[in-house]
Design a protein around this ligand. Structure first.
Ligand code: ADP
Length: 501
């Protein structure tokens, strides 16, 4: 692949969140890192994101001109701003205050704004229009999750003329549990008609993710195990048949992590720094967090960390039920998370009744604290019901913190099971999700910590040396883009699409 800018493969990466500008979870992390890794590999990747209220405009520049976006209600005029990620990766912000100048990205209290269909249909259409605004035709538009799943549909339905007719689409499913389901009569808000809305209906509702799956050139998800799992009724959330129908175009590519932001050697959020050869400073991080958490400052007790959305998906209901037994063990736990009010409440109450065991920071999002927990903890608990990829287990391995995790999706792909005979492995995995099995596996990890500290040290070092950088994933995405682009475009367009003016 040529790396000269003129011949670089052009990819427009469309997303509803992107760290450091606006994020609520893993999609934000991926969107802030994958485009940079691809750019470092020589691709001309550009990102599109809404200009939410929370984005700091001080670092952006407003571009001249007006972006005209066709909507269900006629043409709308948006402004475009530009900012940058590392490696000179441009990020274009769609400025349309009526839809995006709001306190939150998706809606209050983990819920949804009533007009999310209109908002994200607008983003998807605006992304396609942006290519004309920039006079820059990508070979591939890469959409992510239901919020931008209409991009492949709009390309397929409305862009039958050169040059966008040659543009392939890739849709990545970061979590099949969120599909963008709306009442079927709301199809009018997408601007699609009977003739153009093929694939959008599912069991009497609109389903944006399903439409994207059906109409994208290629579909990916974020780990090989999850790619297999979502084709089954247990994990497919009702879309398993649609995914099986596209099985030959469905690839699981494991996410990487941002190894600059998540580096225990230099992380500015930590009170001390360490690497795989000396964990001494990890102790300092642990002591500092114990003080911050109001837990007794003890090095001789294992510290369990939890950083997650407090939801059913993350198995947090099961963890809450396991707490009374877990607290019979000599352990401490720190938990950072927000989500389901009932689950939040159960952790608040548990912390109130066992302040010697648990400190719970509930209801907020705190990036610095999440770094300090990763560095300070001995173990990180991830009892997910399903986990498309999961980032926290990779962060924790990099910080010498051993994951205790359910063997599902990306957790299963990234954690090697501990073998107590040989000391091999990088974490502790379990299958059945019940309070008893969670207690048992945690007990196994804790007894290893007490009885076989040399195994813990070896596992820590092994985990810290794993390469979870984005470069491997980026190479696979590049191959996928090239294949999708070849498959999609007309043979005569091959050279022109890669080097349009
Ligand atoms: P998901 O995207 O399903 O929520 P991931 O493990 O893929 O799960 O990514 C979650 C990301 O969000 C991680 O970077 C994690 O550290 C972060 N995170 C989750 N909850 C919080 C919180 N309350 N405060 C800070 N970071 C959080």
């Amino acid at each position: 692949m040529s790396t000269s800018p003129q011949h670089a493969l052009r990819v427009l990466f469309v997303t509803s969140e992107c760290t450091p500008f606006a994020m609520t979870g893993g999609l934000g992390d991926v969107s802030g890192a994958l485009p940079v890794a691809l750019r470092e590999q020589g691709l001309d990747v550009r990102v599109v994101l809404p200009l939410y209220r929370s984005v700091d405009r001080g670092q952006l520049e407003e571009l001249p001109g007006t972006l005209l976006v066709p909507t269900w209600d006629g043409a709308a005029s948006a402004r475009v701003w530009r900012g940058w990620l590392r490696a000179g990766t441009p990020v274009y912000f769609i400025d349309y205050p009526g839809y995006f100048d709001r306190p939150l990205i998706y809606g209050p209290n983990g819920g949804a704004y009533g007009d999310n269909l209109v908002r994200f249909a607008f983003l998807s259409r605006a992304a396609v229009e942006l290519t004309r605004f920039l006079r820059w035709t990508p070979a591939v538009i890469h959409a992510n999750d239901w919020q931008t799943a209409l991009v492949p549909v709009y390309l397929d339905a409305f862009e039958r003329a050169w040059p966008l007719s040659a543009c392939a689409s890739v849709l990545t499913i970061h979590n099949i549990g969120f599909q963008g389901v709306f009442p079927v009569e709301d199809v009018v808000f997408t601007g699609l008609t009977n003739g153009s809305s093929r694939g959008i209906e599912h069991w009497g509702s609109l389903n944006l993710l399903k439409a994207g799956i059906e109409r994208a050139t290629a579909v990916t998800t974020v780990s090989p195990s999850y790619a297999r799992e979502i084709q089954t009724s247990q994990f497919g959330s009702g879309l398993q048949e649609d995914l099986r129908a596209r099985a030959s175009d469905l690839t699981g590519i494991l996410n990487g992590i941002d190894t600059v932001v998540w580096d225990p050697r230099s992380d500015p959020h930590l009170p001390a720094h360490f690497d795989e050869r000396s964990f001494e400073a990890k102790r300092e991080c642990k002591a500092a967090l114990q003080r911050e958490a109001g837990l007794s400052e003890r090095d001789d007790v294992p510290l369990l960390g939890v950083i997650t959305r407090l939801t059913h998906q993350k198995g947090m209901d099961v963890l809450a039920r396991a707490l009374p037994r877990l607290f019979e063990l000599d352990v401490q736990m720190v938990l950072l998370g927000a989500g389901d009010p009932e689950i939040e409440q159960s952790f608040v109450e548990a912390a109130r009744s066992r302040p010697d065991r648990l400190r719970a920071w509930v209801g907020g999002y705190d990036n610095g604290l999440s770094h300090r927990i990763e560095a300070a903890s001995d173990f990180l608990l991830m009892p997910s019901r399903y986990e498309p990829c999961g980032l926290n287990q990779m962060y924790s391995l990099r910080y010498g913190t051993l994951p205790i995790a359910r063997a599902t999706g990306g957790l299963d792909d990234t954690i090697e099971q501990y073998d107590e005979r040989t000391g091999a492995g990088t974490g502790f995995k379990f299958h059945d999700l019940t309070p008893t099995t969670l207690f048992d596996v945690t007990g196994w990890a804790v007894s290893t910590w007490y009885d076989r500290p040399q195994h813990i040290r070896q596992m820590r070092a092994r985990g810290m040396m794993k390469d979870f950088s984005w470069s491997a994933a980026a190479r696979t995405y590049e191959q996928l883009y090239v294949a999708a682009s070849r498959r999609h475009r007309a043979p005569h367009a091959v050279d022109s699409v890669r080097a349009l003016p």
